[in-house]
Design a protein around this ligand. Structure first.
Ligand code: AMP
Length: 370
């Protein structure tokens, strides 16, 4: 579907009802847009802040078509949207980011091949479809290495580090992954994990937020710091350039995040791309208070065909964003009382272990005990 010129009062369709969809919807409301959220789960956090909701499965062709016809543009908050679903949506409304961005990034193999094709480094990798493939891949790549499902992995789910050749029976290892297509990646001896969150508009203009550093706990993002402390300005520029080249090559419209490993070799900093997220990203939550334009406002601007906003940090201040995982959100009252702490809660019911319940952002120097 071709793009229309959208103005305030138009309706933005969001596929997916999690906290990312919720924060996109809140940003859309600030621009006078209405939001229609499509999600299969009745308890979707984004439903609470949407003018219209559709609760239906991602393979319900009729509900998808009705939803897409009811909105002026469709976007999504997660990348595991089936191909057929994207096709139905795109037949009835402009879909941003486009279906190619989805298909390229949904599969770690196509994603890495695409990134390498742009001359941008990734870990070494090989497809692994059979136990024999695994032997060949280990011989080619060496150990340690990381065995991952090609699709549907997130927060470290569906992956396993292989350290020694003798590790268990390879058939048992295969069974552990349930027969899903796999990829073996060389282990990248990274010093830190960093990410770029950037936006590309319909006219091809590009604006990125400063390079962030990310710390994970139990494979879940715990803390984002921006600017990534201690890195050279050249590395910051190189990271933003990588994100721009990826966005250009996908003819991308919207916000994307590129997760990278920072490797130090003989004192020199080198960037290795790990993953592309074709959506707003947890490592960009700091932008709500920390940047002149939030990643969510930027995404809305891009998918509506509007000019991008200024991604500069507010007052040039350093910013830290900490996720509130599971019971950490129980501290909400103390966080409200802390001067300068900006609390966000996602309206999720039960604080299950590992569940992202909210986040807190702090600008400027850190308070003691942070
Ligand atoms: P992913 O699901 O690919 O984002 O991986 C989750 C986490 O596992 C990353 O944030 C890294 O900490 C680690 N990891 C993934 N792939 C590699 C790799 N090839 N080398 C080293 N660490 C990795």
């Amino acid at each position: 579907m071709t793009d229309r010129n959208l103005g305030p009062g138009s309706t933005l369709g969001i596929v997916g009802g999690g906290q990312l969809g919720r924060m996109i919807a809140l940003a859309a409301a600030n621009y006078g847009l209405k939001v229609h959220v499509y999600a299969p789960d009745r308890d979707s956090p984004a439903f609470d802040v949407a003018a219209r909701t559709t609760c239906a499965a991602y393979d319900d062709a009729e509900a998808l078509a009705d939803f897409a016809r009811s909105v002026d543009v469709v976007t999504y908050e997660f990348e595991n949207i089936p191909h057929a679903t994207a096709d139905i949506l795109a037949a009835h409304a402009p879909l941003h980011p486009n279906a190619r961005a989805l298909s390229t990034t949904q599969d770690r193999l196509t994603e890495k091949a695409f990134v390498n094709g742009l001359g941008i480094p990734t870990a070494l990798f090989q497809a692994v479809d059979t136990p024999d493939d695994l032997d060949r891949a280990v011989a080619a790549i060496g150990l340690p290495a990381v065995l991952k499902t090609r699709r549907f992995g997130y927060d470290g789910k569906g992956q396993r580090i292989l350290r020694e050749r003798a590790e268990g029976d390879r058939n048992a290892l295969f069974a552990e992954f349930g027969g899903a297509p796999l990829i073996l990646e060389g282990f990248v001896p990274f010093e830190r994990e960093v990410s770029v969150v950037g936006a590309r508009a319909r006219d091809g203009s590009f604006a990125a937020f400063d390079l962030c550093e990310n710390e994970h706990q139990d494979h879940i993002l715990a803390l984002t710091r921006v600017p990534a402390p201690g890195l050279t300005a050249e590395t910051g520029r190189a990271a933003l350039d990588i994100a721009k080249r990826i966005a250009d090559a996908l003819d991308y419209v919207g916000v994307l995040a590129v997760e990278m490993f920072l490797v130090r070799e003989d004192g020199a900093e080198r960037l290795v791309v790990n993953e592309i997220a074709p959506r707003v990203h947890n490592s960009g939550h700091w932008t709500i208070e920390g940047a002149l334009t939030s990643q969510f406002a930027q995404h809305v601007r891009a998918v509506c065909g509007w000019p991008l906003g200024d991604p500069a940090r507010v007052g040039g201040l350093p910013v830290e964003m900490r996720n509130l995982i599971g019971a950490q959100a129980d501290d909400w009252h103390a966080l409200l009382a802390e001067p300068g702490a900006q609390l966000h809660l996602y309206g999720k019911g039960a604080a299950r272990a590992g569940r992202k319940m909210g986040h807190v952002t702090r600008l400027g120097s850190r308070p003691a005990g942070f």
